[in-house]
Design a protein around this ligand. Structure first.
Ligand SMILES: Nc1ncnc2c1ncn2[C@@H]1O[C@H](COP(=O)(O)OP(=O)(O)OP(=O)(O)O)[C@@H](O)[C@H]1O
Length: 309
C-alpha cells in the first residue's frame, strides 16, 4: 500500500505548488491512473513515490515505511519504473537489460537466467529476443522489455510514466489490454501517469483526476464516468462518457441465457458493450445473438439491457 499524506511540492520557494497538499491512499495490488491536463502535477506526484523528486512537505509511505528512511538509490531498486522511451541500455542485450537490477542485487547467473526466461514469456515475447539488442526490436517489443525489466526483481510497486505514449494507436490498445491482464496476474501496486483518459479507463482499477496540483476525484472508472463530481471532470472525461462506460462491461454480464433464434446479427461473449451497441446500430436491430469462441449461440443481448446499466 502506498500512502501520501498532505504532500506538497514547490520547485521554487515562492512558486505556486506543483503538488498542493495532496493525500492519496493506494491499496496493495491496485492500479491507479493519475490523469489530468498538462502541468497539473501528475509526474511530480508519481516521482515523489520513488524519490526522484523530494516533497517539500508531507509524508509518503510504501507498505508502512517512510520513503525518506531508506537510501534513495537502494530504494529505487525495489520499485519498478517504466518510462515512455523505455530507456533500455543500447549496448546491452535484452537479457542483460532485464537482468540489470537482479545483478545489482547480487543474484546468481542461474537465477537471473531463469527469471529472464520467465519474464520474457510473461510479456509475450519469444525467448530468442533475449540475445538481441534493443535496436533490433520494434517500439512495442521494447516497451514489453521495459515492463519485464521493471518487474525483474519482483518489486511490490511499479511506477509507469506514460508507458504507451510512443506506440501507435492500434498497437497501444492491444498492449494496454495485455498489460492490464499481466498486472492483474502479478498483483503489483501500480501507479501510472497518463494524459489519456481512455488509457486510464482501460488500465486503472481507480483513476485520480488531477487539476492544479490537487486531486479532484479519486474513484473507480465506472464512478468517474457515471458520476463526475464537477464540470471540470465531466469535461475532462469527454462527452462520450456514457459510451466509454459501456466499454467497461462485457456482453456476458448482461446476456440472457435464452438463445434468440430470430436475432440476425451476432456478437462475441467477451465483446464489450460499446461494441455490442455499435453492432446493433450497424445492423439496425435491438438484439443480438451472443456466440462463444466456437461460434455457437449461447444467449442473447438486448439494447434495453445495455442502456439500463
Ligand atoms: N524540475 C522542475 N522545476 C521547476 N518546475 C517544475 C519542474 N518539474 C515540474 N515543474 C512544474 O510543476 C508543474 C507540474 O509538472 P508535472 O510535470 O508534474 O505535470 P504533469 O501533470 O505531469 O504534466 P505533463 O502532462 O505535461 O507531463 C508544472 O507547472 C511544471 O512546470
Amino acid at each position: 500500500m502506498i500512502e501520501m499524506e498532505h504532500v506538497t511540492k514547490r520547485f521554487a520557494k515562492d512558486a505556486a505548488p506543483a503538488v498542493d497538499d495532496l493525500s492519496l491512499e493506494i491499496p496493495e495490488g491496485v492500479t491507479v491512473a493519475l490523469v489530468g491536463p498538462s502541468g497539473c502535477g501528475k509526474t511530480t506526484t508519481m516521482r515523489m513515490i520513488n524519490r526522484l523528486i523530494e516533497p517539500t512537505e508531507g509524508r509518503i509511505t510504501v507498505n508502512g515505511d517512510d520513503v525518506r528512511a531508506v537510501d534513495p538509490v537502494i530504494f529505487r531498486r525495489h520499485i519498478g519504473y517504466v518510462i515512455q522511451q523505455v530507456g533500455l541500455f543500447s549496448h546491452m542485450t535484452i537479457a542483460q537489460n532485464i537482468g540489470a537490477v537482479p545483478k545489482l542485487l547480487g543474484w546468481s547467473a542461474d537465477k537471473i537466467r531463469a527469471r529472464n526466461e520467465e519474464l520474457i514469456a510473461l510479456v509475450g515475447l519469444d525467448q530468442a529476443m533475449l540475445t538481441r539488442y534493443p535496436r533490433q526490436l520494434s517500439g512495442g517489443q521494447r516497451q514489453r522489455v521495459g515492463v519485464a525489466r521493471a518487474l525483474a526483481a519482483d518489486p511490490p510497486v511499479l511506477l509507469m510514466d506514460e508507458p504507451f505514449g510512443a506506440i501507435d494507436p492500434i498497437a497501444r490498445t492491444r498492449l494496454q489490454n495485455e498489460f492490464r491482464q499481466i498486472l492483474q496476474r502479478v498483483k503489483k501496486t501500480v501507479v501510472m501517469v497518463t494524459h489519456d483518459i481512455d488509457e486510464a479507463v482501460r488500465m486503472g482499477d481507480r483513476i485520480a483526476i488531477m487539476r492544479s496540483g490537487k486531486i479532484v476525484q479519486y474513484d473507480t472508472p465506472d464512478e468517474i464516468l457515471s458520476r463526475p463530481v464537477d464540470a471540470f471532470v465531466e469535461d475532462f472525461v469527454g462527452a462520450d462518457r456514457a459510451l466509454k462506460r459501456l466499454s467497461l462491461y462485457e456482453v456476458s454480464q448482461v446476456m440472457q441465457p435464452a438463445v434468440d433464434a430470430t436475432a440476425t446479427a451476432k456478437i462475441a461473449l467477451d465483446a464489450d458493450l460499446r461494441n455490442a451497441l455499435s453492432a446493433m446500430i450497424a445492423a439496425n436491430t435491438d438484439r443480438l445473438a451472443v456466440v462463444n469462441a466456437a461460434g455457437t449461440p449461447v444467449g442473447s443481448v438486448t439494447r434495453d439491457a445495455i442502456t439500463a446499466l
